[in-house]
Design a protein around this ligand. Structure first.
Ligand code: PEP
Ligand code: MG
Length: 590
């Protein structure tokens, strides 16, 4: 929900760019903190065919450009296919189709002819591919109609390759990124290059870009209409990730005000340092474990600094940001072993790749009309057994000190769990025939992220060693509101009574079965939610480690017995506004 912010009266109109006067924009705050810096615009590739004709002496060089690009793409696809042991059969067939398209002599000859008619390379490619697409789209054959999507994908790659489009990450150092949208992979690279904040026109608060921004402690504001049109390169910006306010060309008095705020935030953070060694428990000594969400290996350091009780969610798919294919067992073993060793003796819950939807792809576009409802999480893994088995073996090898758990993402049916456990057991049986050391009894648990998992939690609990509730997806699937879509932000509400009931039901099933349950979605880090979650029976919260001391500060002031009564009362309420009002008044009373 939007936090109401007073936008000062002197806000300028927002037409045109490069204005010199101060102005204000408003968006959805998706990662807290304040950033002050200059704008770095990430242009979205748009290809507009040119009307002007090239001269006759350019024809041969343009044809050569096209031929070189075809060769380059062909090599790319061949290289991806050469690693086909890591790809599922559906992916292989898509790549093979792309390769057939890029080598299609009929299409390519038509492109050459267009160039001979005087069109430049980009315009010739767009013209020919659009023509082919429209013929496919109008076909009576369903399969051919679907192929028009492949043509579109190949067209986009063709055009990007023609322009040698390589993002300029290094120039983003100390800058605030402004984009229509940004991929998780690009965000990782911009962060590593030193970018300090994010403004996007699209995206939801629970999208993976928002989650990553929070893990990076990088202030972010999303859903800022026309941001990339209004904000020009180098424009001075202050972004307030607490309220969603953006100030461009800030004047001296506002700068000073924000300097004071930044130093207050720093002081507050430092004062929380005193809590690192304090046990995380309620006033009446009910222990609440604070676990770390690990999105990249750097998060281990933050987890150690803040005194985390272990890792509650290692998002292994995030590690793929730097890979163009899924790494082999040895590389993965290196990642998992490093986390397990550095957090030892605390537990480390490694979630198997949750690939699909808005997550990290492998540079291999799989077209799904509804990716959030598609081949995601455990479905992807069971469909690509080699990928799953390789990962399980790497995790098993990292379990040598018995502080590792395996977690399965996006389970919606008990057969998925049973099949996955059979594959895990087969790996264990195979390992037992070797002299490898590993945890024979490695715990296997599941994410509770779908209404189906909640409604069948009693059955799933019998097959699981633990549950962890992914409230980001549970909210999306319960409320049918896309977590990545800013247009439905108001419907995407983790405090909605239906979502809270789901959490409570899952907690009860876990209790009945005697297995531990945690929350590892963003709700776990929401300060207002803490007494409610504790009162519902959650005693492990997994969040970005940067939030741990703030959460501990809160937990230390909560009475467990009272929070149970509070949760009981809130679970009777029909509106999230009323629920939040009560929870916020609890914070104010402290
Ligand atoms: C969730 O869905 O709440 C979760 C923790 O998983 P992810 O955000 O990685 O989908
Ligand atoms: Mg999830």
């Amino acid at each position: 929900m939007l936090t109401e912010t007073h936008i000062p009266d002197n806000s300028t109109t927002v037409n045109g760019k490069n204005r010199n006067t101060q102005g204000f924009l408003k968006g959805i705050p998706s990662s807290s903190g304040i950033a002050v810096g200059n704008a770095f615009l990430i242009e979205t590739e748009t290809f507009i065919p040119s009307d002007s004709k090239i001269s006759a002496d350019m024809i041969e060089s343009e044809i050569t450009r096209i031929k070189n690009t075809i060769e380059h793409l062909n090599n790319d696809y061949t290289e991806v296919l050469s690693n086909s042991q890591f790809l599922g059969s559906s992916v292989i067939s898509i790549i093979e189709t792309y390769q057939l398209i890029i080598n299609d002599t009929f299409i390519n000859n038509n492109i050459f002819n267009r160039i001979r008619e005087g069109y430049d390379s980009e315009s010739a490619v767009i013209g020919e591919y659009e023509l082919q697409k429209s013929m496919f789209r109008n076909s009576k054959d369903q399969l051919l109609r679907e192929r028009s999507i492949d043509l579109d994908n190949v067209k986009r790659r063709f055009l990007a390759a023609l322009r040698h489009h390589i993002p300029d990450y290094e120039s983003a150092k100390d800058k605030i990124l402004v984009a229509l949208t940004i991929s998780p992979t690009d965000l990782v690279k911009y962060k590593e290059a030193g970018a300090i904040g994010i403004i996007t026109e699209m995206g939801g608060i629970a999208s993976h870009v928002s989650i990553l921004a929070r893990s990076f402690e990088m202030p972010a504001i999303i859903g800022v209409k026309d941001a990339a049109k209004i904000i020009s390169v180098g424009l001075g910006l202050i972004i307030d990730g607490f309220t969603g306010l953006i100030i461009y060309n800030p004047d001296l008095s506002i700068r000073k005000r924000y300097d004071v705020r930044i130093s207050d935030i720093e002081k507050h953070k430092k004062s929380l340092g005193r809590l690192v060694k304090v046990k995380s428990e309620t006033l009446d000594k009910h222990r609440i474990k604070l676990l770390a969400n690990i999105d990249r290996l750097d998060d281990i350091k933050s987890a150690l600094i803040t005194g985390s009780d272990g890792a509650g969610l290692v998002r292994t798919e995030s590690f793929l940001a730097h890979c163009d294919k899924i790494p082999d067992e040895e590389v993965q073993y290196g990642w998992y072993r490093e986390i397990a060793d550095r957090l030892y003796p605390n537990p480390v819950t490694i979630r198997c790749f949750d690939i699909g939807s808005d997550k990290f792809s492998l540079g291999i576009p799989i077209h799904e009309n509804n990716p959030a409802l598609g081949l995601r999480g455990i479905r992807f893994l069971l469909y690509n057994r080699d990928v799953f088995t390789t990962q399980i073996k790497a995790i098993l090898r990292a379990s040598v000190n018995k502080n590792v758990k395996i977690m399965l993402p996006m389970v919606s049916d008990i057969h998925e769990l049973i099949t996955a456990k059979k594959i895990i057991n087969d790996c264990i049986t195979a390992f037992n025939k070797t002299d490898l050391f590993f945890d024979n009894n490695i715990p296997v648990g599941i994410m509770i992220e779908t209404p189906s998992a909640v409604l069948t939690a009693d059955y799933l609990a019998k097959e699981s060693d633990f549950f962890s509730i992914g409230t980001n997806d549970l909210t999306q699937y319960t409320l049918a509101a896309d977590r990545t879509n800013d247009l439905v932000t108001e419907f995407y509400d983790s405090f909605h009574p239906s979502v809270l009931k789901m959490i409570s039901m899952a907690a009860q099933s876990a209790k009945k079965a005697g297995i531990p349950i945690s929350i590892c979605g963003e709700l776990a880090g929401h300060a207002a939610a803490t007494p409610l979650l504790i009162g519902m029976g959650i005693s492990e919260l997994s969040t970005p480690p940067a939030l741990h001391l703030e959460l501990k500060n809160r937990i230390l002031k909560i009475n467990y017995q009272e929070s149970k009564i509070l949760a009981g009362r809130l679970l009777q309420m029909s509106s999230s506004d009323d629920i939040l009002k009560v929870l916020e008044s609890e914070i104010n009373d402290e």
